[in-house]
Design a protein around this ligand. Structure first.
Ligand SMILES: Nc1ncnc2c1ncn2[C@@H]1O[C@H](COP(=O)(O)OP(=O)(O)OP(=O)(O)O)[C@@H](O)[C@H]1O
Ligand SMILES: [Mg+2]
Length: 276
């Protein structure tokens, strides 16, 4: 029986690029001819679900097969009673078990806020990827920073959530979650602030055990791709993806570095040449 790998994209902060990254991971695995399942744990907002629906609609209009995951959209109950919480957790665990047994990989996109299912998903993660906007405000969920010395004072509340999820996995004798913190929307000019964030992330990564990744630059293409349900990996790949620009090439190189870091062989990703 299959036991698909679980990849969770999570952060206790909204708007950091979780759904965008989740969709890119899904399409990467689909293009590797893997059986892929996806879970939108932010069913109320439903960004990943809409992204996938846009993809299905775009493919149908153009009569092409772009590949789609087996998708599950979950609306997390607010302020559940203890009984409701137990019921939700049982149902989610059963669904996750089934998806894992039928797929090579399960990608879970989470909401930017804590909940009982958010914690369950984190404890299930073989790989956790945390995109972070490149600012000290976003860093706050990961660490409290000492303002004078600009050093890490203590872990932030999301770091504590991940620590608790890891404790739970250890109690279940599961291997430790491999955690990657990815800077997103990095500005193209190197600033003092940017260097400081990188330095803090490196120090924090050593302390609470995650690997910092250089991540993705600030690029408008991500917003444009959403409406068609496409990703950087579809652009220039024939079918319906449209032509490749220099921006796409650069962004795709960044994406490839992320994939390599999490253990994917993306070196053979034959990005088409940009159109002249
Ligand atoms: N590297 C990037 N460059 C430019 N825009 C980006 C980048 N990454 C994400 N965005 C844009 O930022 C917005 C938020 O992204 P996304 O919805 O993926 O974040 P999220 O963390 O899932 O948000 P939420 O917490 O609300 O679910 C979207 O408009 C998306 O297109
Ligand atoms: Mg989202």
């Amino acid at each position: 029986m299959k036991r698909g790998k679980i990849i969770v994209v999570g952060n206790e902060k909204g708007g950091t690029g979780k759904s965008t990254l989740a969709m890119h991971l899904i399409v990467w695995f689909l293009r590797q001819k893997k059986m892929v399942a996806s879970i939108d744990l932010d069913g109320r907002q439903g960004t990943l679900t809409h992204y996938i629906q846009n993809r299905a609609a775009y493919a149908a209009v153009r009569h092409v097969d772009l590949g789609l995951p087996e998708h599950l959209c979950v609306s997390v109950r607010e302020s559940p009673t203890a009984a409701e919480r137990a019921e939700d957790e049982q149902a989610f665990t059963a669904q996750l078990d089934r998806l894992q047994s039928e797929n090579d990989v399960v990608v879970i996109d989470t909401a930017g806020a804590d909940s009982h299912l958010f914690r369950l998903a984190h404890a299930a993660a073989d790989i956790l990827i945390t995109p972070l906007n490149d600012s000290l405000i976003d860093l706050d969920v990961l660490a409290k920073i000492e303002p004078e010395k600009l050093t890490v004072k203590s872990p932030g509340h999301y770091a504590q959530t991940v620590w608790q999820a890891r404790q739970k996995r250890a109690a279940q004798r599961k291997p430790q979650t491999r955690w990657f913190v990815l800077r997103n929307r990095v500005m193209h000019v190197s600033t003092r602030n940017e260097k400081l964030i990188w330095k803090l992330l490196e120090a924090l990564g050593k302390r609470i055990n995650f690997t910092p990744l250089a991540g993705l630059g600030e690029r408008i293409v991500f917003r444009e791709l959403f409406l068609k349900g496409l990703t950087l990996l579809d652009v220039g790949a024939g079918k319906a993806g449209g032509a490749m620009s220099m921006t796409h090439v650069a962004a795709r190189q960044e994406l490839r570095s992320i994939l390599q870091a999490i253990g994917e062989d993306a070196s053979a990703d034959d990005a088409p040449k940009p159109a002249k």
